[in-house]
Design a protein around this ligand. Structure first.
Ligand SMILES: O=c1[nH]c(=O)c2[nH]c(=O)[nH]c2[nH]1
Length: 299
């Protein structure tokens, strides 16, 4: 760094946000489509741009955006969002000498093939739910690859098998203790892989299934939740059981309150609720294997 620079620049990176790409793989009449929202970020030796106003050697964010489409086209075989993010990160590090690390975050929109008369449609998709599949990949010059997969805003609700009792009471506490309430959340989770699973899609589906099972329990009867906290830990536990390549699970769980309602002229009869989204509780934790380093990530 320049001797004449009056202040240090301990951190900088630059990238392009929200690059939206659709990718279709046409296998005869059967087409496969994904939609990705890509965020690129690169660490590079570009102090001179900040301090001296010299852009020599800089990989412009416009170039990064263009590269998203180039690498999407290069993925000639159907691929997972993780494989795409890895290819993109490796491209930046391997192509540009001044780039020391690429950090790629991608959200996949929940397009799902429509079933028509019991048959999968050749080329027709519908949006499934609101949850988004995510991946955050980093790759550096030393060849260190980190893959953190996730799901954003998986909306879940159960009408019973949830309560909240035994908490501290003082002059500020109004909340009654209950052993039967509605529990609802939009779960955001990320899990970091120590090694590559045999199939990223299968690992994602297993993780999603684990989160749902931890929240809801078995189809018949469900499972009792004494708090969002306990359920969160259970969800992460099942995920770590089912996905052996995952080492650390981050979970963010808003507690979306359904408030018992007494309609005018009546009382609460376990049937009518005021549905709310704000204010909401917010419970967050990281659960890891004993030997693993935690990753804290809202991505
Ligand atoms: O499961 C819950 N955890 C809390 O921490 C909390 N706080 C609260 O008011 N209700 C709940 N419910």
């Amino acid at each position: 760094m320049s001797q004449s620079a009056p202040y240090a620049l301990p951190f900088h990176h630059h990238g392009k946000s929200k690059v939206r790409v659709g990718r279709v793989w046409r296998e005869g009449n059967v087409h496969h489509m994904v939609e990705w929202n890509v965020n690129t970020m690169i660490d590079s030796d570009m102090e001179h741009a900040f301090i001296k106003g010299e852009n020599t050697g800089m990989t412009a964010t416009d170039t990064q955006k263009n590269t998203v489409y180039v690498v999407a086209q290069r993925m000639s075989q159907r691929c997972t969002v993780e494989q795409f993010a890895i290819a993109l990160a490796q491209h930046f590090v391997r192509t540009y000498p001044l780039v020391s690390k690429a950090k790629i975050y991608v959200e996949q929109k929940p397009w799902a093939r429509v079933q028509q008369g019991g048959l999968p449609h050749d080329h027709g998709y519908a949006l499934q739910g609101t949850e988004v599949r995510t991946v955050y990949v980093t790759y550096d010059k030393a060849g260190k690859l980190d893959v953190t997969a996730g799901i954003k805003e998986l909306s879940v609700l159960k009408t019973t098998q949830s309560g909240y009792e035994g908490f501290l009471r003082d002059q500020y506490t109004l909340l009654p203790e209950v052993n039967d309430r509605i529990m609802a959340s939009t779960v955001t989770s990320t899990w970091k892989y120590t090694s590559q699973p045999p199939c990223y899609d299968a690992a994602f589906n297993a993780a999603r299934g684990a989160l749902l099972e931890g929240f809801l329990g078995p189809a018949k009867g469900g499972i009792y939740s004494p708090s969002v906290q306990f359920t969160l830990y259970d969800m992460a536990k099942i995920l770590l059981d089912r996905v052996p390549q995952a080492e650390s699970v981050f979970l963010n769980m808003p507690n979306l309150h359904f408030l018992p309602c007494a309609p005018v002229g009546s009382t609460f009869k376990n049937d009518v609720y005021v549905a709310t989204s704000e204010p909401h509780g917010n419970i967050e934790a990281v659960v890891t294997r004993r030997t693993a380093a935690p990753h804290v990530s809202k991505l």
